[in-house]
Ligand binder design. Structure first.
Ligand SMILES: *Cc1c(COP(=O)(O)O)cnc(C)c1O
Length: 350
């Protein structure tokens, strides 16, 4: 026996590479290619530094109130924290304390398994079908919780309210988390179902549709009971509420609906063009409801394409994982970035 036997053994989540060089095109982390709202820039620039001498509002009430107002909810139905990843890790602790395994698709956000391992939560993954569709019937089994990303990542496929309802009806005895990190890009939100299901928790992020990945802001929506369990968990295990500057930036972002809509529309229109161009080159990809596409080429290996693009200074994401190792996850960039990507791919294919 050695103390080494007691060190944590865990395979951490690996984020998309952040290259050090400056002249490259980064389409590997689903970041937004556009800056945050100019109102966010103003809120940060005009932030009164003196406020920093005090601790932040622990529950970020002005921020959760702004979110609640936008979503047609009450502030007691909203919890804000340092990125969705933080919200999710607190949720796993707050809600998944059963001895039964929690369930989620085999192809989904890879943080799930990392949190289960570190928190010692038993889990089972359920295979998506050959077209990467999640079958709601697979979630009609005993479980200690359900986690579904909708639209799903990295597949880009979104499902409608009937699907969520079917999952909810089959799981009245466990908490169901629907991660809506990408919903703004054309997915269907489960918010209308919050009125019917007290065991539904929906998570959102500022990192994708609101261009604030560097700020670390995310939120959850659910019954007051679930939300207070999240606050209790947070207050028991960490003392880092959302900092005061991030709260101000978040409020400015939520209040600029017009900029939000314009940016999202630009990403969607570039995504449609990218999808068409890729299909013309022979790539297979599902219709995306996200800010990325999930493509494979029947004649070329994804790894080779990935390496070639990298040599051209274009970073996309390739997962060396079963079932998806011949796919590329490509973030929708600006039109110029997409043009450069298409040019490079044409060169590779010929
Ligand atoms: C990007 C992403 C998040 C995390 O977002 P942060 O708010 O940046 O922590 C959560 N879930 C999925 C599926 C994502 O892709």
């Amino acid at each position: 026996m050695s103390w080494r036997d007691n060190l944590i053994k865990i395979e951490p989540y690996v984020a998309g590479e952040q290259p050090k060089k400056t002249n490259f095109i980064k389409l590997n982390a689903n970041e937004n290619p556009y800056p945050p709202s100019p109102k966010v820039a103003d809120a940060v620039k005009n932030f009164n530094a003196e406020i920093l001498k005090k601790y932040p509002d622990a529950n970020a009430v002005p921020l959760t109130s702004a979110i609640a107002k936008r979503e047609g909810l009450k502030p007691e139905n909203v919890f804000a924290s340092n990125g969705t990843d933080d919200v999710l890790s607190l949720s796993f602790r707050a809600f998944f304390n059963s001895d039964k395994p929690i369930v989620f698709p085999d192809i989904t956000y890879s943080f799930n398994t990392v949190w289960c391992d570190i928190l010692r939560i038993p889990y089972e993954t359920v295979p998506v079908d050959d077209n990467f569709n999640i079958n709601p019937a697979d979630y009609k089994r005993e479980n200690g919780g359900v986690v579904i990303v909708n639209p799903n990542a990295p597949t880009s496929i979104g499902r409608g309210l009937d699907f969520i309802r079917e999952v909810m009806d089959a799981n009245q005895n466990s908490v169901v988390i629907i991660d809506e990190a990408y919903v703004d890009f054309g997915g269907t939100t489960a918010v209308p179902l919050l009125a019917e299901y007290d065991n539904l928790l929906i998570t959102r992020t500022f990192s994708k549709s609101r261009s604030l990945a560097g700020m670390r802001l995310g939120w959850a929506m659910g019954s007051a009971e679930l939300i207070s369990a999240l606050y209790a968990t947070k207050d028991s295990m960490n003392s880092y509420p959302v900092d005061s500057i991030a709260q101000a930036a978040g409020i400015a972002s939520i209040e600029d609906e017009e900029y939000f809509k314009t940016t999202v529309a630009k990403v969607i229109s570039s995504r449609e063009r990218l999808t068409q161009e890729l299909r013309k080159m022979g790539f297979n990809l599902p219709d995306s409801q996200t800010n990325f596409v999930f493509a494979e080429h029947p004649k070329y290996s994804a790894k080779d394409i990935f390496e070639f693009l990298k040599s051209r200074g274009i970073y996309v994401r390739w997962f060396n994982k079963p079932r998806i190792d011949n796919r590329l996850r490509i973030t929708v960039g600006t039109d110029d970035e997409i043009d450069a990507l298409i040019t490079a791919l044409r060169e590779f294919i010929k």
